[in-house]
Unconditional design. Structure first.
Length: 305
């Protein structure tokens, strides 16, 4: 039965749509121009622009090249090349690069190497990494078995609208005891509360077998350092940022699962407005503070409470 979990993981969690970086401030920047070419369907031009920038060390371009090789857009599908470009982006602390590097390592059969990188995505609320690490913990695949934490991570991933996680959760219900499910739900609630207040130290997983000596430890970066104490509560000056409005509330939760790591110490608000659900994030002390928090997130608009 457990082999079904691996089929679910490789078949559903990893064939995700690209999340192209949008950090470039100027139109002439090759990364941004490449994004525009990609959106027009001119994948070859996009890849050529990104490759030049990636070779020079641009982390966004490296991540985008990983996505291109993963999806087979502008280049032949090549999971080894995707893994390598994700690795380069991850080594510079690129958040999406770290998560996708962990996912690529998993898909390429490097389970124990994947675990620490998946943990980084889990700590930022990334639903795909929650899903895959939950699979690994359930199967004891590259990590020690932990059904309680597996269930907690699957609950978190499912709550964002990730369909594969919802299906996996239903299967887990058939094998995990009532007590372990209850403990898993309690742990999921704790993770959510910790995440919403910006204190989400990822619990280290126990690797099932010793890591080969040739495998380097993940680099220590500021972005990856786990918080040891909760940050001071954000001052509420009556400002939020709006990230979108959705006809399906599940899409609002899904978006928060993807970008929540960009708003440490803040929490999401799902506000009904007619038939739409608005995703607001806050609190912020002023309009200027809210505008600054938007950073490279688009769309993102400061709004008064």
């Amino acid at each position: 039965m457990k082999s079904l979990w691996i089929a679910v993981a490789t078949g559903a969690a990893l064939l995700m749509a690209p999340a192209w970086a949008q950090h470039a401030p100027a139109k002439e920047d090759p990364v941004k121009v490449g994004v525009e070419a990609y959106e027009r369907g001119d994948y070859k031009t996009a890849v050529d622009l990104w490759r030049s920038a990636a070779i020079k060390g641009n982390a966004d371009a490296q991540f985008n090249l990983g996505q291109a090789y993963k999806m087979g857009r502008g280049v032949p599908t090549d999971l080894k090349q995707a893994e390598e470009w994700y690795r380069k982006a991850a080594a510079q602390g690129h958040e999406e690069g770290e998560a996708n590097y962990g996912l690529a390592l998993f898909e390429n059969g490097k389970r124990a190497e994947a675990a620490p990188w998946l943990e980084r995505g889990v700590a930022r609320g990334n639903p795909r990494t929650q899903y895959v690490l939950g699979i690994m913990l359930f199967n004891a695949d590259g990590v020690a078995k932990d059904w309680v934490r597996a269930y907690a991570l699957m609950v978190r991933a499912s709550s964002t609208g990730l369909e594969a996680a919802t299906k996996a959760l239903a299967q887990m219900d058939q094998y995990i005891s009532v007590k372990d499910r209850q403990d898993g739900l309690a742990l999921a609630r704790k993770y959510e509360a910790d995440y919403n207040r910006g204190a989400v130290p990822a619990a280290p997983v126990a690797v099932a077998s010793a890591k080969p000596k040739s495998t380097p430890a993940p680099p220590h970066t500021k972005a990856a350092a786990p918080a040891t104490t909760a940050p001071a509560p954000a001052r509420d000056g009556g400002w939020r940022v709006q990230l979108g409005a959705f006809g399906d509330p599940a899409n609002a939760r899904k978006l928060w699962g993807q970008v929540g790591g960009r708003f440490p110490g803040r929490q999401p608000y799902y506000v009904k407005s007619g038939s739409l659900t608005r995703l607001l994030v806050g609190p912020f002390g002023s309009k200027a503070e809210a505008a600054k928090a938007c950073g490279g997130v688009n769309p993102c608009v400061p709004v008064a409470k």
